[in-house]
Design a protein around this ligand. Structure first.
Ligand SMILES: [Zn+2]
Length: 94
């Protein structure tokens, strides 16, 4: 697991809203990473591009959806949080 601590990760929180009310979480999307001795490596998983081009992004928990422009804040998805915690990534408190 020590190799992960040498990698700088860029995570973006995105709220996924369904038509129903059953799922309102802020998911964590990994857009890319920066190796210790390299430049930022995008994973073609950009939330902004997803909003503009209506292309889906993938959250840490595996959910795939097209991000919308929804500024509301919800609790961070427990699965995303657990994965990030396991990998040693810090998340802003939601
Ligand atoms: Zn999630």
């Amino acid at each position: 697991m020590s190799t992960q601590s040498e990698t700088e990760l860029r995570v973006v929180e995105v709220t996924r809203t369904d038509d129903g009310d059953h799922e309102r979480f802020t998911h964590v999307v990994l857009e890319g990473y920066t190796p210790k001795d390299g430049e930022f490596v995008p994973l073609e998983n950009s939330v902004v591009e997803g909003m503009i081009n209506a292309t889906p992004v993938r959250a840490l928990c595996g959910k795939v959806w097209v991000p919308g422009r929804d500024p509301q804040r919800y609790p961070i998805c427990p699965t995303c949080r657990e994965i990030a915690s396991t990998m040693g990534w810090s998340l802003p408190e939601g």
